[in-house]
Design a binder for this molecule. Structure first.
Ligand code: ADP
Ligand code: MG
Length: 727
């Protein structure tokens, strides 16, 4: 199975999307095809054994559209250049149409007369007729060509409506001339064409703005790097940098690729990736990321990830994937537009017949039918969802919030409770040892030495804290045999032929170790929000180690913000209840799920869901994956290196809890915008049909309203940027 993305030319409406998708899905081996109107891209998943990329392109061509291939077919087909060209064409075409339509409208509607006749008609009428012919047939040719495509595929769409509308006005007028009637509607067809072309231009221009986020992200990367080889420095193209290369980054320059600092120290501005504005200090051994800016010191770094593996490339890929994928609500919109046009055609025909029977007047019958066709055009329907998703996901990316798909937006809108994982989400996840209390004959150093010997083999943050404390005291560690990890409880091993265990008070109870002697001290430390681990020798307690983690600076603010929005907060942890509650109290969280084993976190989510709650879960994307998937909305705290791997619907590039609140707000805002757009695009047109059928709406006003509706949809999507920025 392979997934490919390429650019399609010649698409301009919702029905083009449906036609191209249908055509692609007919190719044997294609399992999924999704076409994005504003991006003008197709994303197709197919079986390489059954189909080739050329078959896909052929399918697009046979549907009557074109495929634009860039020479070096980049990883993420970038269609921005193509779109710029289309905007330029739409601009000149609409401008010429308006310039020609103004005199046609003025002369045609005012009944102006030059007092000169030509072939039995007033000269002014000839002027209007010629101008209109040029506008309708030449400048508006895309609609008639579209009509031909749509008829060939038996799927009438927006072009059918506009083409039939303008051609009927034109055809009737020509017929009226030969029949000796003196009611002409040349200028009506011309004005409709000009207005719709103008609407298309506005639409193209603002759609370009909506999709600007990816182009902006791509521009972020550095173009060159200073490679250090054999002690000499030379400038190389960014594409030539390989993993393992040592690079020099001077103050004020961009970090060229992902890597690790090997010399020097500096502060970096990482806001372009994380959305967090505070500079981050970096010293030897710290990870740095491409596209971030080195503020003050000169550093040397060893490249670890280049090209498509860098965090920046992963962000671009995630965002562009999200933009090409279809939100569930969009599928519904596509379906509606597929059946909507045939219904409108029937209503238009009915209108014409009814008016003719009632008035006996062909021109009235025709003009009302034209108004129905023009006002009902579902042009904005194809833009309603994708433009909002583009702006929403683009704004998110700018702020370090990666929304993986439209579905996440739909789910984010109705959350009752947000469950925070404790370690690494609410706390920094870098705990330090605060107290060591021997129980019995050993001294502090001996307790620490023994504990660190065992913990050296564990990856747990608590273990790392213990090892670090021992290192600071330069203790030499003993050898461990038969090491065992007791997930969510502790660790166990044999040192000097004795079984040593270290873990939670609960584990000690399970082992039958008597903890009474230490109980008062444990409770006291836990009430101070410290985690107490107990060291046992042969199941007899020999010491306590208290470890404290720092709460993230914006965690409290995040809980308060959720509270204000009526969303409850809960904390989940494997830590003991007293420590959990002490931290929760500090943060203003009322619900604590403590002493939960890692594998049970998803069950806790399920439990809340079965009580009818919509649950968001926020945790680190690797350990908490099952809970993230189980939750209605999973938010993964980026661990900084492999964003694409993280589970969940939303990934936060940096680990700030407040970003989760922002993500919820952004998804709600985007979804609300989609709903408004669909209303403007559809309900409003549908409501105007009866007015047009009753003859209460002139076709010209209908055309203006239609052009306005598509433009307003795109502008409404762009408003997300402004409103989101205010958060
Ligand atoms: P969290 O929810 O904070 O990630 P875990 O489920 O990883 O917690 O661990 C729960 C508890 O198990 C810890 O609070 C600690 O008491 C004990 N524990 C787990 N691993 C270790 C270890 N390597 N050393 C000591 N104690 C441990
Ligand atoms: Mg954890």
């Amino acid at each position: 199975m392979k997934t490919t993305t390429f650019n399609i030319t010649g698409m301009h409406c919702a029905s083009c999307v449906v036609m191209n998708e249908k055509s692609l899905k007919k190719v044997p081996g294609v399992t999924e095809a999704s076409v994005n109107l504003p991006l003008k891209q197709a994303t197709v998943t197919y079986d390489e054994a059954q189909a080739t990329e050329r078959d896909l392109h052929q399918a697009i061509k046979s549907a009557g559209y074109g495929v634009a291939l860039s020479e070096n077919q980049p990883e993420h087909a970038d269609s921005s250049h193509l779109r710029q060209m289309e905007v330029a064409i739409a601009k000149s075409r609409s401008l010429v149409a308006i310039i020609l339509a103004v005199p046609a409208a003025v002369v045609g509607m005012s009944g102006w007369s030059f007092g000169q006749e030509l072939y039995g008609f007033e000269l002014s009428m000839w002027l209007v007729a010629v101008l209109s012919l040029v506008i309708i047939l030449y400048l508006g040719r895309q609609f008639h060509l579209g009509l031909l495509k749509e008829v060939r595929h038996l799927s009438p769409g927006m072009d059918t409506l506009i083409s039939l509308g303008t051609l009927s006005a034109l055809g009737y007028s020509v017929w009226a001339m030969t029949a000796g009637e003196n009611d002409f509607y040349f200028e009506t067809g011309a004005i409709i064409t000009a207005l719709i072309l103008l609407g298309k231009f506005f639409e193209a221009r603002s759609t370009g703005q909506a999709s600007a986020a990816i182009a902006k992200l791509l521009e972020l990367g550095a173009k060159t790097a200073h490679l250090i080889e054999n002690g000499e420095e030379r400038e190389v193209d960014i594409g030539a940098v390989k993993a393992g290369d040592v690079l020099l980054v001077k103050p004020g320059e961009k970090i060229p690729v992902d890597g690790r600092v090997v010399k020097g120290a500096s502060s970096l501005d990482e806001s372009m990736l994380t959305g967090e504005s505070l500079p981050v200090d970096k010293k030897i051994g710290d990870d740095v990321f491409g596209a971030t800016i080195n503020i003050n010191g000169a550093i040397e770094m060893k490249a670890t990830k280049v090209g498509a593996n860098t965090v920046l490339a992963q962000i671009v890929k995630l965002v562009s994937d999200a933009q090409t994928k279809k939100a569930p609500i969009q599928k519904l919109a596509d379906k509606i537009s597929g059946i909507f046009v045939p219904i409108v055609l029937v209503i238009a025909a009915g209108t014409a017949i009814a008016w003719y029977l009632a008035s006996g007047d062909v021109s009235t019958a025709l003009i009302n039918a034209v108004a129905v066709m023009v006002i009902a055009c579902p042009c904005a329907l194809g833009l309603a969802t994708p433009t909002a998703i583009m702006v929403g996901t683009g704004l998110g990316a700018e702020r370090g919030i990666l929304i993986k798909n439209g579905e996440a937006l739909e789910k984010g809108k109705k959350i009752d409770i947000m469950i925070f994982d404790k370690t690494g989400t609410l706390t920094v996840g870098k705990p330090t040892v605060t107290n060591i209390a021997p129980i019995g004959s050993m001294d502090e150093t001996a307790v620490l030495q023994l504990a660190a010997s065992l913990e050296k083999l564990s990856e747990h943050p608590l273990a790392q804290a213990v090892v670090k404390a021992a290192k600071e005291k330069n203790l030499s560690l003993s050898e461990v045999y038969e090491f065992q990890n007791l997930a969510g409880k502790g660790v166990k091993g044999i040192i000097d032929s004795v079984v040593i265990t270290i873990g939670s008070p609960r584990l000690m109870k399970e082992l039958g170790a008597a903890t009474q002697a230490a109980e008062a001290m444990i409770q006291d430390l836990e009430a101070q929000a410290k985690t107490v681990v107990i060291l046992a020798r042969d199941n007899k307690i020999i010491g306590l180690i208290a470890i404290a983690d720092t709460i993230k600076p914006d965690a409290k603010e995040a809980v308060a913000a959720l509270n204000k929005q009526g969303i409850a907060s809960a904390m989940i942890t494997g830590d003991n209840r007293r420590t959990g509650e002490a931290i929760a109290k500090e943060l203003g969280i009322s619900q604590v799920l403590a002493e939960v084993l890692p594998q049970d976190k998803a069950n806790e989510v399920k439990k809340l869901q079965s009580q009818g709650q919509k649950v968001a879960f926020i945790g680190d994307g690797i350990n908490d994956a099952p809970a993230l998937v189980q939750a209605d909305l999973g938010i993964a705290m980026g661990t900084g290196t492999d964003i694409a791997m993280e589970a969940g619907n939303i990934v936060l590039v940096a680990g700030s809890p407040h970003k989760a609140v922002e993500a919820l707000y952004l998804s709600r805002l985007t979804f609300k915008t989609i709903k408004q757009n669909l209303f403007w695009a559809f309900a409003y047109n549908a409501a105007a049909i009866p007015l047009a059928a009753l003859g209460l709406l002139s076709p010209i006003i209908a055309a203006g309203a239609m052009a306005f509706s598509s433009t307003s949809v795109v502008l409404n999507s762009l408003r997300i940027k402004k409103r989101g920025a205010r958060f």
